[in-house]
Design a protein around this ligand. Sequence first.
Ligand code: NAD
Length: 468
Amino acid sequence: MEHQVSFSGHLIFIGFGTIARAILPLLLSQEHIPVKRITVIAPIIDHNIWFKERGIRFVRQALTEHSFVQVLDRVVRQDDFIVNLSVEVSSLALITYAFDRGALYLDTCVEPWAGGYDDPRLELSRRTNYALRHDVLALRKKLGKGPTAVVAHGANPGLITHLLKAGLVDLALQLNHPLPQNRDGVDWARLCMETGIKVIHFAERDTQVSHRIKQDDEFVNTWSVEGFISEGSQPAELGWGSHERTWPASARRHRFGARNAIYLERPSASVRVKTWTPLGGPCLGLMITHHEIASTADLLTVKKGQSLVYRPTVHYAYHPCNDALLSIHELIGRGWQTQRQERILNSEIESGGGDALGVLLMGHALNAYWFGSILSVDEARALVPFNNATSLQVAAGVLAGVVWAVEHPARGIVEPEQMDYERVLEVARPYLGTLVGQRTDWTPSGNHHEASGEGAVEDWQFEHFTRL
Ligand code: NAD
């Protein structure tokens, strides 16, 4: 008989960086799931007294393609929960391992082994998140039902999919538009189509600053420098909307999978897009690639037989903290030769800044509507130690994903799109600051529409967002 997974209370964290430190205090203070033991596996363990006093077990070890089974076998038992918060450790290898051992699993992205993001032997199409997701979907098909493995569940990817659904419901309410249903519940694709949405940005602005400004030859960020550089060096990607009329320069189609997304032959950190968030209004973001561009493009596609009827254009538009923008500028300027120093901003961040992470739904009767979390660094610090605004939004996503997996332990591989958005947001909500829904008359073309005017399809073409 198949083993019924039931959480043992032992969590194994792989990696001990910004996000692991952010989630541990959160996990130890929550009451949704029982936590009996925590083990952390990472090559560098620079823990402070806070972690020591809580009885967390630390294993100083790097996981590699050759050693990971041996290392994990000493720690992992059936019904344990593996949370991958490392860089350079393959998600597919860990998912397969967790599945074989009867353990639960969560990841905040889909990570390849070291060197996988910029392996020169791989053609560009294979270095995209679309391709990494394609491999995860193939593994899901192969493994079938089993212990739950939640993939791509931090803030974005992760919470952003749940914010997207909540934002769509909010917008439908304001438009007095009924929620179309399918056998899974709300038909999100049809809702987008019926409300006339043409473009969706996962629009994020980080306004956190330190009094210590960035030095030359230094990369500064509010979360992983390595993680940011990895995704910034992958090709730019977007779900390609059915309203689009102009094929972007350097854009390519994939020759495998659902083909709902395309990629540009340019590193994603080098593509700038106009966007809007309530934190400062219009701004210029980077079109960093993420898992959610392809998973939400899937969720929001309407087809008739094999023919595409509708899909919005979807992509990330990220204005990182000012010093991270300068760091990217410097990195690209020196031909991607990484800076010698790196600094993650945390306790040195000045009061007042924060992170706005949400969805910008565009092209409907209210013109554009942003829905998401605005969290200040002061709120984040008051809520959970060792956090800035960005890390707490991610940690909230990890916590909610872990809780959901424990509550649904036998679902096999799951993306955020298959989870219950209301339950996930309920768990994450206390750590998200203010949830804001705000309309704006901003457009990328500069044409302003009255509240009642839907605006022409022309105004929402991808080319307007990239034309500077
Ligand atoms: P970080 O760079 O601060 O920490 C990475 C950790 O991985 C470090 O502790 C490092 O020692 C460890 N590590 C490196 N190689 C390892 C190996 N071979 N075996 C075991 N551990 C190893 O990163 P972070 O900011 O904490 O982010 C962690 C992960 O979460 C990254 O993959 C990042 O891309 C992802 N992330 C996702 C989101 C999201 O919202 N979905 C947001 C932020 C970060």
